[in-house]
Ligand binder design. Structure first.
Ligand code: B12
Ligand code: SF4
Length: 446
């Protein structure tokens, strides 16, 4: 019997800046695996497809990450005064429309969402699929939908909206809306294995070995979005890596975990050791921050042997006071020890990227300068990451009280480019100079 068709949409990004750091719609890809088990035939339309064959400006990327195609678009009214070009990142809408028209009418449409301030891209995608497939039930989920469900209901106007992981709710919601598919018994198990064959270009494996995080930092939404911290069976992770290599020839792994290295002896270490021995030649990339406090000598050696190439440590600041007050995920001593372990294991400065969170309420320019100096001195590469206030987090109320933007009324102001919660003086000019200083300092050493 023919399986009912379901269309999965990864919307465009509307922003001042966006860079494809091994970004793939992993939420939709894991839901596709669940839907297949429930009798559906999923199809993915990725508005961000970085290598769409009809996009003339797009070049094949040897390193699997790079720039998205973009087109300047008018700024939304609340951002009119911002002196930066605003763009739609991704595939031209006419090309996406052509792709949609070539697909037979689906029984249902799923749209994902990521950053809260990217909602205009979600609206645009919903409008287009509604135009091509009027009267097909449309369900919205993902990070934005979970953090701001009321805003998403009124601005994207889906037929249904799912908050949090979609695995449990989707099969039954689809059965109710369409009468199709197998509703099955509700389970709260979280899926982690993506339907890789749906990715238009399989250049790397987007891998998630655990969902959520045992910490609850005041500036982070992991706990709100995922709810609980769950680790996958190690054997399953290893099988997924083997399959990606043997079936699709994939050598690059992009880690999407919030907490890959937490409890390393019973989780990350056996995975890394197995890969080093049995799947040599893999290259690991961790664009999302890794936990400094977990990087002892044994972990650093295992990372080197398994083929880590892109390391980002989530340090945020060298201030122990900030860490004590924000969740204690790490501290300066553990960070310095992590860098020294990585260097002794053979990683060079350029490989050891360290995220420093900038523009946090109450953070002074002097603190940022000290953070940069200390990270450079430790032998690592500071990477400044602008803070985005996130509704529902413990720091949110503080940000609402101190920001000069109405962030509680308009999610466009959560955009980290605006430095919405930064103290006076911590502005784009200051950060431009800071980045220049980092480049100069690193190049003078090499
Ligand atoms: C991996 C990741 C990244 C990756 C890229 C991800 C991508 N695809 O583009 C990288 C490292 C590049 C990244 C970068 C950034 N990120 Co980020 N990232 C994440 C992270 C850790 C995981 C997202 C993920 O893929 N999870 C795995 C999949 C399986 O889960 P999922 O997508 O949520 O899908 C599930 C559910 O949401 C639901 N679902 C999803 N879609 C749908 C659809 C339907 C119909 C249904 C029913 C259900 C459903 O079911 C799925 C399965 O359970 C989240 C934190 C988190 N735990 O969510 C932050 C997060 C999304 N990032 C965040 C931020 C701030 C950033 C940065 C701005 C940081 C910075 N200052 O530089 C940058 C900006 C990126 C850019 N391109 O410009 C914030 C969001 C802030 C906001 N205001 O919205 C988060 C929440 C982290 C945080 N600080 O709390 N990020
Ligand atoms: S340790 Fe990282 S992922 Fe976990 S809550 Fe803190 S910032 Fe979020």
């Amino acid at each position: 019997m023919k399986r009912p068709l379901i269309l999965l949409i990864n919307p465009w990004i509307h922003d001042f800046a966006a860079y494809d750091l091994w970004a793939r719609p992993l939420g939709l890809l894991v839901l596709a695996s669940v839907l297949r088990r429930h009798g559906w035939e999923p199809r993915l339309v990725d508005c961000l497809d970085p290598e769409h064959p009809e996009m003339k400006s797009v070049k094949v990327r040897p390193h699997a990450h790079g720039r998205f195609a973009r087109a300047a678009i008018p700024k939304p009214k609340p951002l009119e005064d911002v002196a930066r070009t605003y763009s739609r990142y991704g595939v031209d809408p006419q090309i996406v429309e052509k792709d949609l028209v070539s697909i037979s009418r689906p029984e249902a449409i799923l749209v994902t969402s990521l950053m809260t301030y990217w909602y205009p891209g979600v609206q645009e995608a919903v409008c287009l699929v509604r135009k091509v497939f009027p009267d097909v039930p449309l369900i919205l989920g993902g990070v934005y939908a979970s953090l701001l469900p009321n805003h998403a209901r009124s601005h994207a106007r889906p037929d249904e909206l799912v908050v949090g992981p979609g695995e449990a709710a989707l099969p039954q919601t689809l059965r109710r809306l369409t009468g199709k598919g197998d509703a099955g018994a509700a389970t709260d198990a979280l899926e982690c294995e993506p339907a890789l064959d749906l990715m238009p270009h399989m250049r790397f494996l987007p891998l998630i070995t655990s969902r959520g995080c045992p910490f609850q930092c005041t500036y982070c939404a992991s706990r709100i979005i995922v709810g609980r911290y769950v680790r996958r069976d190690i054997g399953e992770v290893i099988r997924e890596i083997h399959e990606a290599r043997t079936r699709y020839g994939i050598r690059d792994i992009a880690l999407y975990d919030d907490a890959f290295l937490v409890n390393a002896p019973s989780h990350a270490l056996p995975i890394l050791d197995h890969v080093a021995e049995q799947v040599p030649g893999m290259r690991w990339h961790a664009p999302n921050g890794l936990h400094a406090s977990a990087i002892d000598r044994r972990v650093a050696t295992a990372m080197k042997q398994a083929g880590f190439e892109t390391i980002r440590i989530g340090l945020e600041t060298t201030s122990n006071r900030f860490h004590d007050e924000s969740g204690s995920k790490t501290n300066l001593r553990d960070f310095l020890s992590a860098v020294s372990n990585l260097r002794e294991s053979g990683f060079t400065t350029e490989r050891i990227g360290v995220y420093l969170l900038v523009g946090v309420p109450g953070q002074s320019k002097a603190q940022i300068e000290d953070d940069i100096a200390l990270v450079l001195k430790s032998g690592a590469h500071p990477k400044l990451a602008e803070y985005s206030p996130i509704p529902g987090t413990l720091m949110w109320e503080h940000a609402v009280r101190t920001t000069r933007y109405p962030i509680a009324d308009e999610p466009l102001f959560h955009n980290c480019t605006l430095l919405p919660a930064a103290e006076p003086g911590v502005d784009s000019a200051f950060l431009r100079d800071a980045r220049k200083m980092i480049r100069e300092s690193l190049s003078s050493r090499s």
